[in-house]
Design a protein around this ligand. Structure first.
Ligand SMILES: NC(=O)c1ccc[n+]([C@@H]2O[C@H](COP(=O)([O-])OP(=O)(O)OC[C@H]3O[C@@H](n4cnc5c(N)ncnc54)[C@H](OP(=O)(O)O)[C@@H]3O)[C@@H](O)[C@H]2O)c1
Length: 356
């Protein structure tokens, strides 16, 4: 397969950098354009980007110029797919414009997430929702596929394998890393030695997005997952990785061994596509009493390209119909750039990327 030319929007930011890192030597995609705001435009990526990833900046992007939104450049360079890490406030306009030009947009922004014809895709959980793009293609030529808010991605991955046990209600409390707020999102003076019990819009997103992702899609539309989800979200002084404490009320009593088996045997059904960023085991269950931890479990997942794509669970406790557990999700990989890339890989395999 000839690599598809792609662009990264918001390339200097936290998620944008994760895109740039994960797209190095990608077998399907080749970065042909780097875009950011007017403050960065005209500068050279290797000189301007404040690189905060754990690995070195890929040599192939160091000398690339950063550009402001430029549809002519996109057309001229045969860019057929855009990875977006834009702030939601501008994503609606820019991503909408790109979609109208017949291009596939894979976005981390919340701008389009709740639109009826736009999937919030986590392919191990709701692969069938990708079909929503057909309607968009008819209307616009291109399409937008979003992935969920970072904390929602961990929650729905943990819930999907156990929905068969019958879920009555879900309560989740989060301990979210500062990288989730973006490169300049949380001030050191606020978070050092502190916990912030409020993240604007986060609790509402977790509730609404979980309902959409776990809903059933059929050609007539989407039937939302109708289970009460309650969320309380905190920012904690951790660099990467969102920890979540989850309580699930089941319909009936369930055996803990059966629940653990449902999680550890969960594969998400993507094996036949051989997607480079798909983890072999999307859920890892730890039996140690002090796991999962952000520092230790943040890069769970194999093969190498899927590091950070597995969600780690642990500390299962059960009292009658109530179960409690912790989960850890890498917010910039599984919760952002990694799932976005996985979604694009799946769309490529299904021949959904529009030809220009
Ligand atoms: N961080 C996470 O864990 C996470 C997880 C899931 C989803 N998300 C979502 O992903 C998106 C990016 O988040 P982030 O954490 O990477 O934020 P960030 O670190 O603040 O980065 C924002 C990026 O957008 C660019 N940008 C800002 N204003 C722009 C404009 N007017 N035109 C073009 N580009 C502009 C910035 O470029 P300059 O450097 O030039 O200003 C920067 O590259 C957000 O919608 C966020 O909600 C983030």
């Amino acid at each position: 397969m000839q690599p598809v030319n792609v662009a990264v929007f918001g390339c200097t930011g936290m998620v944008g950098q994760q895109f740039v890192r994960m797209l190095e030597n990608h077998p399907f995609f080749r970065i042909s354009g780097l875009f950011s705001s007017s403050a960065s435009a005209g500068k050279i990526y290797g000189e301007h980007a404040e690189w905060v990833m754990e690995t070195e900046m890929p040599p192939g992007v160091k000398k690339m110029p950063i550009r402001e939104f430029d549809m002519n450049f996109i057309r001229k360079n045969d860019i057929r797919l855009v990875f977006s890490a834009l702030p939601a406030s501008i994503a609606r306009r820019l991503e909408g414009e790109i979609r109208r030009d017949g291009i596939a947009v894979f976005s981390n922004a919340s701008a389009f997430r709740m639109d009826g014809d736009v999937p919030i895709l986590i392919p191990e959980v709701n692969e069938s929702h990708l079909l929503m793009v057909e309607k968009q293609k008819l209307m616009y030529g291109g399409f937008v596929v979003t992935n969920s808010n970072c904390s929602t991605s961990g929650l729905v991955m943990a819930l999907r394998p156990i929905t068969g046990f019958g879920i009555r209600s879900v309560s989740v409390s989060t301990y979210q890393a500062i990288s989730g707020g973006g490169l300049n999102g949380v001030r050191a003076m606020e978070i050092q030695g502190n916990i912030l019990p409020f993240i604007k819009g986060e609790e509402e997103k977790m509730v609404a997005e979980a309902g959409k992702i776990l809903g059933k899609f059929h050609p007539g539309g989407l039937k939302t997952w109708d289970v009460a989800v309650n969320a309380s979200c905190c920012r904690v002084p951790v660099r990467n990785g969102h920890l979540e404490s989850v309580t699930v009320e089941l319909e009936d009593d369930a055996d803990p061994g059966d629940l653990i088996n449902a999680w550890t045997s969960f594969r998400g059904g993507l094996q036949s596509y051989h997607l480079p960023t798909a983890p072999m085991r999307p859920i890892i269950f730890r039996t140690e009493e002090n796991r999962p931890q952000p520092l230790v479990d943040g890069f769970a997942g194999d093969p190498h390209r899927a590091r950070g794509m597995a969600v780690t669970l642990g500390r299962l406790r059960k009292r009658k119909r109530w179960i409690q557990f912790f989960l850890l999700v890498n917010n910039t990989i599984r919760g952002a750039a990694g799932t976005c890339i996985l979604n694009a890989e799946l769309a490529c395999k299904k021949n959904l990327i529009p030809e220009i």
